[in-house]
Design a protein around this ligand. Structure first.
Ligand code: XMP
Length: 509
């Protein structure tokens, strides 16, 4: 299998590049920039990509790369920071703020004799984001693209197969970015592009069998896409030596528990459904602070899981649905904690497992989804929108009660159903109802009401780090509103959330 390595100089960039490479059916891995040339050589990649990054190559602690990389004879493509780093490391000159700051869409002229640009028009738009500029090229390099202010918008040394682009071919705003990456992967690196979901499945099953041997494994199934696909994959690998524990914390959406159980019935695994709602709800009684709710749910989750694990006599391995973005984010980058996300992933290490199995560790979300489909999980299940670990607890503002949960469940189900019937759901990333802590006066029939205000939230986003509120047609919102106030007792007012993230977050708590 061909492997391309992406050296990371800023996690946001490397993630997107990795997506683009895998879209071409070429397997790639992201490694920290500090990795040695020897490690790279051992992985025998067909090519190496140096990502962009937020630094200037002149910053005091600017991240660098092992210079021996350039002597391995492996094709290299540097993007933005990566391009400047190539120039600086190989003896060229990069000047800070060289009078050629460029941000955003930039008309760029390409040398079509260059391998990267052979198949694209002579001029097109690229996406730039740089202050520094390459003033002098290293020996053996030629400029291969220019803009009005930057004579070195791309550079290359054909003999050594080293390429650099000042702009970002991985973003959609670069008109022919995908073609350039394709040219690098196939024409320069000679990749075959034969990596498929089928390969992922076969390889993952083989690895699980190798790791678990004739042992047993335990998985905390949340019903979310990641843990479900991890369960299906492990089930295929070791069958009934896998036990899935599905903890129903009483904070699920309407019918969700039954749906999860039904989806897993076809597999010959041990499926344990624990109704822990009483336990969770009694500990949450009277709690209004969002972070306290999250902490309690996280703790109870672990306790319940531990008890179940003990009850079935433990297991040799713990299976987790960690996916690649989690790995990249926690291992390579750093970001501020806005909310302490409770994930089933954060399970105790002290139950005495002899190892952890993470079969999705190298996969992106959409790869996980196609794998799930390939394994036979229902589409409706695999295409699920994200649902937070703490469930409806963080969609009820203030105190959580069984009555409020019942109201929210019904209202949320109506909202989701109407979006599905109008096909508006296809364009949305996440959509749900929130039960606010506000009551207001209304009139129904001839009587006064004093009931809850319910909020509807729907967003579009690529990465859930930023999001835009969705412009759902008024007539759809109107139908949802009319149905909820008519069908759900206790709600007399509906509002629609029209804030983006930032400044808001997607969830209300
Ligand atoms: P926010 O509200 O931070 O949410 O904009 C971003 C995405 O994360 C989900 N989310 C969570 N997921 N455990 C999870 O597994 C959590 O505690 C949690 N909190 C928020 C949220 O639904 C959205 O998709």
């Amino acid at each position: 299998m061909d492997v391309v390595l992406i050296l990371d100089f800023g996690a946001q960039y490397s993630r997107l590049i990795a997506r683009r490479v895998r879209e071409q059916n070429v397997y790639c891995e992201v490694l920290p920039h500090s990795v040695s040339a020897e490690t790279i050589r051992k992985k025998a990649p067909v090519g190496v990509i140096l990502s962009g990054g937020p630094n200037s190559v002149y910053a005091p602690d600017a991240p660098s790369v092992d210079p021996a990389l350039f002597a391995l004879g492996v094709p290299v493509l540097g993007i933005c920071y990566g391009c400047q780093l190539i120039a600086k490391t190989l003896g060229g000159e990069v000047v800070p703020d060289g009078g050629a700051r460029e941000y955003g869409r930039t008309e760029t002229r390409f040398d079509r004799a260059d391998a990267l640009f052979a198949g694209i028009p002579e001029t097109s738009v690229t996406w730039m984001s740089h202050g520094d500029m390459i003033r002098r090229l290293p020996e053996g390099f030629l400029p291969t693209a220019t803009t009005a202010v930057c004579p070195t918008a791309a550079i290359s040394c054909r003999e050594k197969r080293i390429y650099g682009v000042q702009f970002h071919p991985e973003v959609n705003h670069t008109q022919y970015g995908r073609d350039m990456l394709r040219a690098f992967l196939f024409d320069v690196c000679g990749a075959k592009g034969d990596w498929t979901v089928g390969d992922i499945r076969t390889e993952a099953v083989r690895r699980i069998r190798e790791q678990v041997g004739d042992g047993t494994a335990l998985l905390a199934l949340s019903g979310g896409v990641d843990s479900s696909v991890a369960a299906a994959l492990t089930a295929e690998a070791i069958g009934d030596r896998l036990t899935c524990v599905f903890i129903d914390h009483g904070l699920m959406r309407k019918n969700e528990g039954d749906e999860v159980e039904a989806a897993f019935r076809p597999w010959p695994i041990r499926f344990i459904r624990v109704d822990a709602s009483e336990r969770f709800l009694s500990r949450l009684a009277g709690v209004t602070d969002p972070e306290t709710k999250r902490r309690i749910i996280g703790e109870e989750f672990i306790r319940t899981f531990e008890e179940e694990a003990k009850r079935i006599g433990g297991a040799d391995f713990l299976v987790q649905g960690t996916i690649y973005p989690d790995v990249i984010e926690s291992g390579l980058g750093s970001s501020a904690v806005i909310k302490s996300h409770h994930n089933v992933g954060a399970l105790p290490k002290d139950i005495g497992f002899s190892g952890i199995v993470e079969p999705l560790r190298m996969l992106f979300k959409d790869e996980v989804r196609s794998l799930g489909r390939d394994l036979g999980l229902p589409d409706a299940f695999v295409d699920r929108q994200p649902f937070p670990g703490p469930g409806l607890a963080i969609r009820i503002i203030g105190e959580i009660t069984r009555e409020k949960l019942a109201i929210l469940r019904e209202a949320d189900a109506i909202f989701r159903e109407e979006l599905r019937l109008s096909s508006e759901d296809k364009a949305l990333s996440q959509y749900f109802a929130v039960l606010t802590s506000m009551r207001s006066v209304g009139v129904m029939g001839d009587g006064r009401t004093y009931d809850w205000t319910l909020a509807l939230r729907a967003v579009k986003t690529d990465d859930f780090m930023t999001a835009d509120w969705a412009r759902i047609p008024y007539d759809v919102l109107d139908r949802v509103s009319a149905r909820i106030v008519n069908e759900v007792r206790g709600v007399n007012r509906i509002v629609y959330d029209i804030t983006s993230k930032p400044p808001s977050t997607i969830e209300w708590e």
